[in-house]
Design a protein around this ligand. Structure first.
Ligand code: UD1
Length: 341
C-alpha cells in the first residue's frame, strides 16, 4: 500500500511528535518540518526509536517562504498539512505581542500560499479552546462565538482560524483543551526551552526537585473547591484525533469545520495535584497564591460533535496521563544529564 504523505509543521514539538507516531502507525508517511527554536531533535530521535524507522525531517522555518517553497518543491506527494508550528507561551505573547502576530499568522499565510501553489488542498490546524475566551455556557460547544481573546496568543489562534476559513482549502481546526501526559515509552514529550507555565509540567518539576514548591493560582473561585477547572486530555488521545481528522478530510470534499478536543469533564487544580500525588505516590509541596491574571474560572468541552462526526472518543485515562507525565520528566532529566556529561 502506498503511504500518503502528510506535512507536519512543528513536528518536533510536544503535540506534533505524538501525532507523528500515531500517523505512522496508521499508515501515513509524516514529512516533518521544525526550526527547533522551541523544541528538540531528541523528539524526532525518540519517535524514530519508537517506530524503528527513519523520519523525513527538515530543519526549516515555516515563516521563511524560500525554505518552505523548496520543501514543497521536493516533496511533491504531500496530500495534507497538519500545522502545529507556532509560538505558544501565553505570558510571552503579552510581553512580545508582535512576535506572536508576525510568526503565528505569517507562517500560516506562507503555508496557505504554498498549498495553493502546489495544489495541496487539505489542512488541519492546531487551535485552542482559548478561542472561546470565557464562555457563557458550559460545557462549551463549537457554536459558541469567539469572545475577546485573553492574550495575543489567543488572538492569533482566532485570527488563524478566520484566515483558514476565508481560504479555499478543506480545513479542520482542532480546538485543544488542556493536553497532558506523554507516550508510554517516555521517549517523547515536551522539550520546549520555555520555562513551563502549565500546571502538570510545573507539578512534575516540584516532584523532581527542580522547584521547591508551587502555587495554586487562587482558591477563591466559584467552583467546588475554589480552584480553577479545566478539561485535561491525554496527548495520545489528542494525537489520535489528528489521524481521524486526516482520514475524514482526505475522504470527503468541501470540509470546513472545527472540533473541540477535550474529554468533556471538568477537573480542578486541587484535584490534579491530589491525583498526581496519589498515582505517583509522591508529595507535592504547594501553597495557595493569588489568582493568575487572565485565568478563566472554569472551562470544559462539549465533545459530542467530534464523537458523532469522526467517531473519536478519549480512551486514555487521566491517571495514565499523570503517570506518563512523571515518567517523561524523569527520563527527560536523565537524557539531559547524559548530554551534558
Ligand atoms: C493555557 C492557555 C491556553 C493554552 C494552554 C496550552 C491561558 C489563559 N490559556 O491554558 O490558551 O492553549 O495553556 O498550554 O493562559 N495553575 C496553577 N499553578 C501553576 C500553574 C497553573 O494553579 O503553577 C493553574 C492555572 O492558574 C489554571 C490551571 O492551573 O487554572 C491550568 O493552567 P495551565 O496548565 O497553564 O493551562 P490554561 O491556563 O488552562
Amino acid at each position: 500500500m502506498n503511504k500518503k504523505d502528510v506535512l507536519v509543521t512543528g513536528g518536533a514539538g510536544y503535540i506534533g511528535v505524538h501525532t507523528i507516531v500515531e500517523l505512522y502507525n496508521s499508515g501515513y508517511k509524516p514529512i516533518v518540518v521544525d526550526n527547533l527554536s522551541n523544541s528538540s531533535i531528541k523528539n524526532i530521535k525518540g519517535a524514530e526509536q519508537i517506530l524503528n524507522d527513519k523520519i523525513t525531517f527538515y530543519q526549516y522555518d515555516c515563516s521563511d517562504f524560500d525554505q518552505m517553497d523548496k520543501l514543497f518543491g521536493e516533496q511533491i506527494n504531500i496530500e495534507a498539512v497538519i500545522h502545529f508550528a507556532a509560538f505558544k507561551s501565553v505570558e510571552e505573547s503579552v510581553r512580545e505581542p508582535q512576535k506572536y502576530y508576525t510568526n503565528n499568522i505569517g507562517s500560516l499565510e506562507i503555508i496557505l500560499d504554498l498549498m495553493k501553489k502546489y495544489k495541496v488542498s487539505n489542512i488541519i490546524f492546531s487551535s485552542s479552546c482559548t478561542v472561546y475566551g470565557s464562555p457563557d455556557i458550559l460545557p462549551v460547544n463549537e457554536l459558541a462565538s469567539f469572545k475577546k481573546a485573553e492574550s495575543p496568543y489567543g488572538e492569533t489562534k482566532q485570527l488563524c482560524e478566520k484566515l483558514i476559513d476565508s481560504s479555499k482549502t478543506n480545513s479542520i481546526s482542532l480546538r485543544y483543551f488542556n493536553p497532558v501526559g506523554s507516550h508510554k515509552s517516555g521517549l517523547i514529550g515536551d522539550c520546549s526551552s520555555d520555562k513551563p507555565n502549565n500546571l502538570v509540567p510545573i507539578i512534575c518539576e516540584v516532584a523532581s526537585g527542580k522547584r521547591n514548591s508551587m502555587k495554586i493560582n487562587g482558591k477563591d473561585y466559584d467552583t467546588d473547591d475554589g480552584t480553577c477547572v479545566r478539561d485535561y486530555i491525554h496527548v495520545v488521545d489528542l494525537a489520535r484525533a489528528h489521524v481521524m481528522a486526516l482520514d475524514h478530510i482526505l475522504n470527503n470534499t468541501n470540509i470546513k469545520t472545527a472540533y473541540n478536543l477535550g474529554v468533556g469533564k471538568g477537573v480542578s487544580v486541587q484535584e490534579v495535584i491530589n491525583s498526581f500525588e496519589k498515582i505517583n505516590n509522591l508529595k507535592i509541596s504547594y501553597e495557595i497564591g493569588p489568582r493568575r491574571v487572565g485565568d478563566i474560572e472554569k472551562i470544559f468541552s462539549d465533545n459530542s460533535k467530534i464523537n458523532d462526526e469522526l467517531n473519536w472518543f478519549p480512551i486514555m485515562s487521566f491517571e495514565s496521563a499523570l503517570e506518563s507525565a512523571w515518567r517523561w520528566e524523569k527520563n527527560h532529566k536523565k537524557i539531559l544529564k547524559k548530554d551534558s556529561n
